[in-house]
Write a protein that binds this ligand. Structure first.
Ligand code: ADP
Ligand code: MG
Length: 246
């Protein structure tokens, strides 16, 4: 089997949230084109409200797009939704873990949902890799915010997807845990996993990512290798007008 050149391809992606009683119609994505090379650590950088989570949630199958094409690992999300979903693990921006499961149970349930046979599950391996080995049998409600986030990363990896997407992974995570998380992410990348992460911190994107796309108000305003992008930022050739500081 040949591997795809791009882990993710997005073409003309548009998302319009309908108007509600209290809000006007909102076009969160205005025609996004993006190609994320297989094997890269790709940063999606942009201020709050840029549309990062909307795009991630469409990739994850959690939000319906309005129009456009999305291929994950060469699988069109409209034509082969299940296959497309099997190729990615997504760590959402909001922490959501079941308070009544232990981390071990939580991973077992997740693996079951993805149809991973018991013999192929890597529950303890994942918990250990994320520094949660000694919490395997604790109640999730007893875990700190950082631990819960790491548990969410472990959950996203239970079906061993070739692409891992992290939406604002360091929000509310202290420095030590952040390092641990990056160690794990870099290790996965060395093993060939394509990493996509969103952030509104330029330093974070620049430290980790080999390519960065800047997204603002639902549009991609730059997409380049990190070094090229930083060079252009230095010479002020890129004009970005964020709604809040990057
Ligand atoms: P980011 O993750 O970059 O901060 P989001 O994708 O969360 O951006 O939001 C992009 C825009 O879409 C924002 O203006 C936000 O208010 C709007 N938005 C996000 N989710 C919804 C929703 N469920 N309904 C309506 N508008 C939404
Ligand atoms: Mg977001």
């Amino acid at each position: 089997m040949t591997l795809p050149d791009y882990a993710i391809e997005v073409q003309g992606l548009i998302k319009t949230y309908p108007a509600t009683k209290t809000t006007a119609e909102m076009q969160a994505l205005k025609g996004i084109d993006l190609k994320i090379p297989r094997g890269s650590i790709f940063g999606l950088l942009g201020p709050n409200g840029a549309g990062k989570s909307t795009m991630i949630n469409i990739l994850a199958g959690l939000t319906k797009k309005t129009s456009g094409k999305v291929r994950i690992w060469d699988r069109d999300i409209d034509e082969r939704p299940r296959d497309a979903r099997a190729a990615i693990g997504v760590v959402p921006q909001e922490i959501s873990v079941d308070p009544f499961f232990t981390p071990r149970e939580s991973l077992e349930v997740q693996a079951g949902m993805y149809g991973v046979p018991p013999a192929e599950r890597r529950t303890m391996e994942l918990l250990n890799a994320l520094g949660l080995g000694d919490k395997a049998n604790a109640y999730v409600r007893q875990l700190s915010g950082g631990m819960k986030r790491r548990l969410m990363v472990a959950k996203a990896m239970t079906h061993n997807p070739p692409v891992l997407i992290l939406d604002e992974p360091t929000a509310g995570v202290d420095v030590e845990l952040r390092r641990q998380l990056w160690r794990y992410v870099l290790e996965l990348n060395r093993k060939g996993v394509t990493i996509v992460l969103t952030t509104h911190y330029l330093e974070e994107a620049q430290e980790l990512c080999d390519q960065i796309a800047i997204i603002n108000r639902g549009q991609v305003v730059a997409c380049e290798p990190t070094a090229t992008l930083l060079g252009r930022l230095d010479t002020r050739a890129v004009v970005v007008t964020p709604e809040s500081p990057l």
